[in-house]
Design a protein around this ligand. Structure first.
Ligand SMILES: [Zn+2]
Length: 437
């Protein structure tokens, strides 16, 4: 029997005493740090963080919860997901878990099952899980091969409205970039993205016309004031390196919007000189990089009966050292690209620490699921602890990194607008009716 983490006072104004904060996720407060962790008291008032005070200095007359050095994080940002694909595993598994198998399985499922009702049911399921885990900001890619783009973006817009108080949502149109020269189809995708306030994305493939495709993409995005978020080099094939071409295209087109790239797996397969020249170019172009460690370790270097030889992730530390904004995210959940996952940033962070060696020291590691992805998504108001900001917090029993990273933290408390939320996860049985499809 474990003790409850804390009982939050049922009051409009109260204190959280003896909290441990990851300094990198806190604005406007300084205290002696150990492994990037600082001690503080927080005063919560009318759903907001009123002040962050040195430990032991919250007013004595306030109702309070004593966290006994438990960690308090801001709510999480999950900046690369696929809510439209999520949770189809039971009706459309990937027989061998590899990348071509995933493409085939998703195509077949999309073509037969992805009605508005089906997409909505699965996206809602994912949002309920993410909310219960403590996430307040999500960007999803949406498969946008016609006619799916209209169906999925319409559902997305409805959910963005319905969930506005709980999770801020962004969507990216995902399509093969060779579609850019199919004038009518591309124009319709751009129009859909414009209507729904989304982003242009796509999967970049090598080819003699890659420069021309990227020029068209950047020009169109620029003309329409749209940001870009691409799937890039999700392969272990070292001959593939479109990342360099993308950075060159952004510079050549003087594109002023935000550009994010995900995956960039093959960068880790390059010789040092090629890798570092590419990283310099990405830094100079002002491109942000998101790594998807769980999904990439699952998909990359997979062959039946053969043990994988590398981890599948990009050169995360080298990119960060060059000044590139870097973050991690969930990517797929229970679909042919990744058989597992639940949109839990604590799991993603824990796995990322192990896969990417974000530890020793862990001083600033917490930024990868909080401050940095929120900044990349243009939401510098979210996923940090700051006086005046919303009291959207996640409270843990764990006091130190070793405690935090050794357990799944299922007993965490999620506070939204200063109130504890019901953290019940949706029951998988809710999906049974659509899994029979
Ligand atoms: Zn993805």
């Amino acid at each position: 029997m474990t003790a409850a983490i804390a009982t939050l006072p049922d009051a409009d104004r109260f204190a959280l005493r003896n909290a441990t904060l990851a300094a990198i996720a806190v604005d406007g407060f300084a205290a002696p740090a150990r492994e990037g962790l600082v001690k503080a008291d927080l005063v919560i008032s009318a759903g907001r963080i009123e002040t962050i005070l040195p430990q032991g200095s919250a007013p004595a007359d306030l109702p309070a919860a004593d966290l006994r050095d438990g960690m308090v994080w801001p709510c999480f940002a999950d900046m690369h997901t696929h809510l439209d694909k999520g949770h189809i595993w039971d009706r459309r598994p990937n027989p061998n878990g590899d990348f071509p198998g995933a493409l085939d399985a998703v195509r077949a499922d999309r073509e037969t099952n992805w009605s508005a009702g089906d997409v909505r049911a699965r996206m809602e399921f994912s949002l309920k899980s993410a909310y219960a885990h403590g996430t307040s900001l999500i960007r999803t890619h949406l498969d946008s091969l016609p006619p799916q783009h209209r169906i999925s973006f319409e559902v997305f817009s409805q959910l963005r409205e319905e969930w506005a108080d709980r999770i801020a949502l962004q969507a990216v149109a995902l399509f093969p970039t060779d579609m850019i020269f199919d004038t009518a189809a591309f124009a319709d995708i751009v129009e859909t993205v414009r209507q729904h306030g989304g982003l242009l994305g796509g999967v970049t493939q090598m080819g003699p016309d890659l420069d021309a495709r990227l020029d068209m993409l950047f020009r169109t995005a620029d003309d329409n004031g749209i940001d870009i978020d691409l799937h890039v080099d999700e392969t272990q094939d070292r001959a593939v390196l479109t990342l360099k071409t993308i950075a060159e295209a952004k510079l050549r087109n003087r594109f002023e919007g935000a550009v994010t790239v995900g995956h960039c797996c093959s960068l880790a397969r390059q010789d040092e000189d090629i890798a570092s020249a590419t990283i310099d170019l990405v830094a100079r172009a002002g491109i942000s990089v998101v790594s998807l460690p769980m999904c990439n370790m699952y998909l990359q270097d997979r062959a039946p009966g053969r043990t994988p030889r590398y981890r599948g992730v990009t050169l995360f530390h080298e990119l960060a050292a060059a000044g590139v904004p870097t973050a991690i995210a969930s990517d797929n959940t229970r679909d042919p690209f990744y058989a597992y996952g639940d949109l839990d940033p604590v799991e993603v962070f824990r796995e990322a620490v192990r896969i990417l060696h974000l530890d020793h020291p862990l001083d600033t590691a917490a930024r990868v699921v909080t401050r940095t992805p929120a900044d990349i998504l243009g939401r510098a108001d979210l996923s940090r602890i700051s006086a005046g900001g919303r009291a959207d917090l996640v409270i843990f029993s764990a006091r130190r990194w070793s405690e935090f990273l050794s357990r799944p933290q299922v007993d965490r408390i999620v506070m939204r607008n200063g109130k504890r939320i019901d953290r019940s996860l949706p029951d998988y049985r809710e999906l049974d009716p659509i899994m029979k499809a």
